[in-house]
Write a protein that binds this ligand. Structure first.
Ligand code: NAD
Ligand code: GLY
Length: 368
């Protein structure tokens, strides 16, 4: 299987390479040594599920390239994205006299990536980070683009920074141990990217979805590469989400987050909720933007094939609306949705609450 390389070129930031392919962990140290990182000390941050599987390989690879590595392993799961957990990591780094020119390596899914990025961008006012994503979601989305974040009791990702990694190493062999539900979560982000990107990506995915759903290696490699190319392009146009472009990556997420919150976190996976959000947004698009019905059903079919079928769950419109009001994507009280006009053609639309309630009622009725 070939290794693909995508270069992320952002104005005012050093360019970085995303490598995607099998068996990359063993060569990570040597790859960094070739010029990406010239210092000596490395902190590998991982979680309690990923560390037993891959930490030894990464540590050996770093040691063989002459780096002095330490590691910190956090409990797997979203709860680790907390101020308390980050404070413990800062303290451990300080106790180990971790230096200003040290490197943080994030080995894990999006949770580890977000924590490591945040820790790296704040400890001693900022050190470098390399992302080594091990979940499909992290490979196709969170490891690229430089968003870092932790949660507060009030909401998800309310504290964070923008800090681009030095390098991203997506070793696709690690995906063999990923639980099936997590695979589907990654597929939801691939579908999101394909719909927003282009006919070329969308129809490739429609053709490849049965293979991707079966964890086919070649299909996964191409899905990851296409998603990274797409995300790199979006982030290049709007690195700090200030120009109304990067918001497209939130397609399906406003409604999806409300579903997760109202159903109770853990009842549905993030991917299932995002897929429901994409179905809702497509129908809102059909009503408000004349989005073709053919698109709506093609997207439905795609999500179903990827193992992300309808939830068969509903909630009262007022309850969902209240949850959406709390989303940090709400600006000045207006609810803004990324709505597809068609494949590769989207718009950020402010939807008034009366209209939204009407569509939430229709969704509730159809979900019963
Ligand atoms: P995660 O990091 O919790 O990983 C999911 C589960 O899979 C965890 O239990 C993890 O231990 C396990 N896992 C990961 N890789 C594995 C492997 N190879 N083998 C076995 N188990 C493995 O969740 P995620 O879905 O990867 O990421 C979700 C997080 O990413 C959320 O916190 C979200 O806010 C964040 N996110 C950030 C961005 C960004 O741009 N920064 C974008 C999207 C999502
Ligand atoms: N996944 C959202 C972003 O990176 O902007």
């Amino acid at each position: 299987m070939p290794v693909t390389k995508v270069v992320v070129n952002l104005a005012g930031e050093p360019a970085y390479e995303v490598r995607v392919g099998p068996d990359l962990l063993g060569g990570l140290g040597q790859h960094l040594r070739k010029g990406t990182y010239t210092g000596e000390r490395v902190l590998v941050l991982s979680d309690s599920k990923v560390a037993p599987l891959y930490l030894a390989d990464v540590r050996q690879s770093l040691a063989s390239a002459g780096y002095r590595a330490m590691d910190i392993v956090v409990p797997a799961g979203e709860a680790s994205k907390s101020v308390a957990c980050v404070a413990e990591i800062w303290e451990a780094m300080a106790r180990a006299a971790f230096p200003r020119d040290g490197l943080v390596v994030a080995l894990g899914g999006g949770v580890v990536g977000d924590i490591a990025g945040f820790v790296a961008s704040t400890y001693m006012r900022g050190l470098a980070v390399v992302q080594v994503p091990t979940s499909l979601l992290a490979m196709v989305d969170s490891s690229v683009g430089g968003k870092t974040g932790i949660n507060l009791a009030t909401g998800k990702n309310l504290v964070g920074t923008f800090m681009q990694p030095l390098h991203v190493c997506a070793s696709t062999d690690t995906l063999v141990t990923l639980p099936a539900a997590e695979w589907a979560c990654g597929c939801a982000e691939v579908a999101k990217s394909a719909v927003i990107d282009s006919d070329d990506f969308f129809f490739w995915l429609v053709d490849s979805a049965p293979r991707l759903a079966q964890h086919d290696e070649a299909a996964a490699l191409e899905a990851i590469t296409r998603s990274v190319v797409f995300k790199a392009g979006v982030v290049a146009q709007d690195t700090r989400e200030g120009r109304g472009i990067r918001e497209c990556l939130n397609y399906g997420h406003t409604f999806g987050h409300a579903v997760e919150a109202c159903a109770g976190f853990g009842r549905f996976t993030h991917g299932q909720a995002v897929a429901e959000g994409m179905r809702f947004a497509a129908r809102l698009g059909a009503a408000l933007l004349d989005t073709p019905r053919d698109f709506v059903s093609a997207q439905d079919d795609l999500l179903e094939t990827l193992g992300l079928g309808v939830l068969g769950w509903s909630e009262r419109p007022e309850v969902l609306l209240e949850a959406m009001r709390g989303d940090k994507k709400v600006r000045q009280g207006a609810l803004r949705f990324v709505l597809p006009r068609d494949v590769g053609n989207w718009e950020l639309v402010e939807v008034d609450e009366a209209t939204l309630l009407e569509h939430l009622a229709a969704w509730e009725k159809s979900a019963r």
